[in-house]
Design a protein around this ligand. Structure first.
Ligand SMILES: [Mg+2]
Length: 169
């Protein structure tokens, strides 16, 4: 099912190069809000910077695909030196299609990294690439539609654990 997570990571910093190598993943498509930083925040935590450095050192290609506006995404993306797609309308797959062209890899070699079941996980499922689902970085969401979608996420997260899934931390 395209909504049940395939993997759940506690935070983005818990994704390590050895996991990616073991799963044949060479490129990551990164969400921003509650993934790389808090919702609508421009704060870059040093642990996230260290993680970006770790990924680059391992040769993992990175790009940003966000549903948020250019005004919000651009300063953060430029600060960490990544290309970006704003207004991606995940769960629609247009952002992932643009990202794959940029990353130049097969669908199976790229993974969507994000914190929303009904945006990130669903977009990856519809597109046919893996999703590394993350627990939201904070429990604060400003967007009312996101707050509504959050109410339906525990059902799919429970399914993951019922099937024997583990939390990567
Ligand atoms: Mg998000």
């Amino acid at each position: 099912m395209i909504l049940t997570p395939e993997y759940i990571f506690k935070t983005i910093e818990c994704i390590h190069p050895d996991f990616l190598a073991a799963h044949g993943i060479k490129a990551l498509v990164l969400d921003v809000d509650n993934t790389l930083t808090a919702d609508n925040s421009q704060v870059l935590e040093h642990t996230v910077q260290a993680w970006l450095d770790e990924m680059r050192a391992a040769g993992i290609r990175l790009t940003i695909v966000s549903n948020n506006t250019a005004k919000r995404v651009r300063p953060f993306a430029e600060r960490i030196g990544l290309d970006w797609v704003p207004l991606a309308c995940k769960p629609f797959t247009i952002g992932l299609r643009v990202a794959r062209r940029r990353l130049g890899c097969k669908k199976s070699e790229m993974a969507m990294v994000g914190d929303q079941i009904f945006a990130d996980r669903m977009a990856a499922g519809l597109y046919g690439c893996p999703c590394l689902y993350l627990m939201p970085r904070t429990n604060h969401d400003k967007n009312k539609f996101v707050l509504l979608k959050r109410k339906f996420e525990p059902y799919w997260i429970d399914k993951y654990y019922q099937k024997g899934g583990k939390l990567y931390e």
